[in-house]
Design a protein around this ligand. Structure first.
Ligand code: GLY
Length: 373
């Protein structure tokens, strides 16, 4: 089953290289990817898919296309185009860092270190968090940390490994600690964001941006937490992160509906119209593979997480993928982006496609993606 899904995904990505040219797929709302220039938070996922396809097939066509995306990320860095946000890790881990991992290209390494510096500048001493959006002091966005940022921390941990510069490691560790403290709740659910007073740094309260309400558990936020804490454990070996990833994963898995793919928010009322978020389930599958790689065979919760992984992936392939639809552009249907904001709520999401492919290739081939070397 995995093999067929992989072959299907590789062929669609091959077709998409022709279709997309030098533009980047973002989300779709009617089966056609919205293409944009390299100026959104999502552009790295396309680059990552190309590197994965190259690693899997060895086909130089994928490598050349992937290299072109890295050139585009270099121009973006040189011009500082839409980089004043925390998503730098999503962008550069899967593009230039991927190129470094695959090809040991020195320029790609240098570009990735520049990206880590951009992210480091978002650290706010008062409150001790990485500011999610906007510039320092921004009245609308300042003072906000966000659970998604956990997937940006591997860029900082990697920069520390490369340079020995403690600043990267300290910021990454503190952000992970603050995320545990403020974003993860006692029942192992999570806030999407947490707000601080920008002038004093005092914590003010949990809030959502894309979830159902301020106290709800947005499915993709929980997914970022599971994968992000598992990766923080890989880099630090701090057992608290492993424990948090495990607990969040159990929360996620025990609250899944019958077909094992999450609704967009765990607190949204369920009606026949309620959207799923297949992308959250793809992130969780990739995150569970990482988490399980750290758990002992004797770990009490291991079997439940393994079962959750298998059931989720089987359902994604059978019920949500475009396997069997050769003309489709995307790999996973029924992703959600910003349901309350009504932004492309029920179709392909490029990050869903990326994590789905990453999970498939890790399960079948041991290819692990580009969050760590
Ligand atoms: N990181 C943005 C999102 O998950 O929609």
């Amino acid at each position: 089953m995995w093999k067929q899904a992989i072959e299907d995904a590789i062929q669609k990505t091959r077709d998409n290289v022709q279709r997309f040219g030098n533009r980047f797929p973002h989300v779709s709302s009617s089966g056609k990817y919205e293409l944009n220039d390299n100026e959104d938070w999502t552009n790295g996922f396309w680059s990552g898919m190309l590197w994965l396809c190259y690693e899997y097939t060895g086909d130089e066509m994928f490598r050349d296309a992937a290299r072109l995306t890295v050139n585009s990320f270099r121009t973006r860095m040189d011009r500082h185009t839409v980089l004043d946000h925390h998503d730098i890790g999503f962008l550069y881990s899967l593009s230039s860092k991927a190129q470094w991992i695959v090809e040991k290209d020195e320029e790609a390494r240098r570009l990735t270190l520049r990206a880590a510096d951009v992210l480091l500048r978002r650290w706010r001493e008062k409150g001790e968090y990485i500011q999610a959006w906007g510039l320092q002091g921004d009245p609308q966005h300042g003072g906000r940390m966000i659970i998604d940022c956990l997937l940006n921390l591997p860029l900082l941990f990697w920069a520390y490994e490369q340079t020995g510069d403690e600043r990267y490691r300290l910021v990454a560790v503190k952000q992970a600690d603050q995320s545990r403290r403020f974003l993860v709740r006692g029942d192992d659910s999570s806030y999407h964001t947490f707000v601080f007073d920008t002038s004093t740094g005092e914590p003010s309260g949990g809030a959502t941006h894309q979830g159902y309400h301020n106290g709800s558990t947005w499915a993709r936020g929980q997914a970022w937490g599971i994968y992000g804490f598992a990766l923080a454990y890989r880099y630090t070996r701090d057992g608290a992160y492993l424990e948090t990833a495990k607990r969040m994963a159990h929360y996620y898995c025990r609250n899944l509906p019958e077909d094992h793919v999450a609704y967009w928010d765990f607190n949204a009322p369920i009606t026949p119209q309620t959207y799923r978020d297949s992308s959250a389930s793809a992130i969780v599958a990739a995150g569970l593979l990482e988490l399980l790689s750290h758990l002992e065979d004797s770990d009490k919760g291991r079997a439940a997480l393994e079962e959750c992984l298998t059931q989720s992936m089987e359902s994604l392939v059978r019920n949500y993928s475009t396997v069997g639809d050769p003309g489709a552009e995307g790999l996973l249907k029924h992703g959600s982006y910003y349901v309350r904001g009504n932004a492309a709520p029920d179709d392909y999401m490029i990050w869903g496609d990326y994590y789905y492919l990453e999970a498939l290739l890790r399960m079948d081939k041991g290819l692990k993606g580009y969050w760590y070397e």
